[in-house]
Design a protein around this ligand. Sequence first.
Ligand SMILES: CC(C)(COP(=O)(O)OP(=O)(O)OC[C@H]1O[C@@H](n2cnc3c(N)ncnc32)[C@H](O)[C@@H]1OP(=O)(O)O)[C@@H](O)C(=O)NCCC(=O)NCCS
Length: 193
Amino acid sequence: MAITSYLRQGPRVAIRHVRRQDYDELTALAQDSAEMLRRWLGARENTVEAFESYLKRFEQPTHEGFVICLRGTGAILGGVNINNIVRGTLQSGTLGYTAYASTTGHGYMTEGLRLVIQHAFGELGLHRLEANIQPDNTPSLNLVKRLGFQREGYSAAFQFINGEWRDHERWAITAPQTTNQDGCRSCEGASLG
Ligand SMILES: CC(C)(COP(=O)(O)OP(=O)(O)OC[C@H]1O[C@@H](n2cnc3c(N)ncnc32)[C@H](O)[C@@H]1OP(=O)(O)O)[C@@H](O)C(=O)NCCC(=O)NCCS
C-alpha cells in the first residue's frame, strides 16, 4: 500500500522518517547487500536490538533518520541520516547514506538525497551538510558531485572501518544564502559562544 505521509516527494521517489515497522524490509535489503555495505560502512548487526538502538538515536534533536521510498509502492530504496546536528551559529549536520544492491544505479539516491537536503535547509533550518567519503568510493563521490557539494579537504585516518583507520575526503554543501532585513534565516535563535 502506498504511504502518503511523506515529508517531500520528487518525480520518482519520496522521503519520510525511518520507523519501527521498517525493520523487516530494511533487514532483508541489508542482508541482500551485505558485501556492498560491509566494504564501505563496515560490518553491521541486523538484530532487533541493533535496530532499536539505531531508532533511539533519532529521538535526540541531534540526529534525523530518513528512508527514500519509491512513490506509488512505498518500497524502500535507500536510507539517509543527518548525524551530529549542531545548532547555534553553525546549523550543520553530517550525512550518512546508503542504497542497496537491488536499488543502486538508477538515480534514486540522487533524487532522494536532494529531497533530504531540501528538507534540511527548509524545515530543519540547517545551513551546512557535510559528507565524509573514502577516496576510492567512486559512486559516493559521484553522488555528492551531482548534487553540488564542494570538496573541502582531506582527513587522514578519519574513521575506523573494517579494522583500519581510513582516510576520507570531506565534501559539503551550504544552503542558498537568503537574507532579509532581520538577517539570515539560519542565524535565527543563535547566541554568542
Ligand atoms: C554511495 C551510493 C549511495 C551511491 O548510490 P547510486 O546508486 O550510485 O546513486 P543513484 O541512485 O543516484 O544512482 C546514480 C547512478 O545511476 C545511474 N543511472 C541509471 N539510470 C538512471 C536514471 N534513470 N536516472 C539517473 N541516474 C541513472 C547514473 O548514471 C549513476 O551512475 P554513475 O555514478 O556511474 O554515473 C551507493 O553506491 C551505496 O549505497 N554504496 C554503499 C554505501 C556507501 O558507500 N555509502 C556512502 C558512504 S560515504
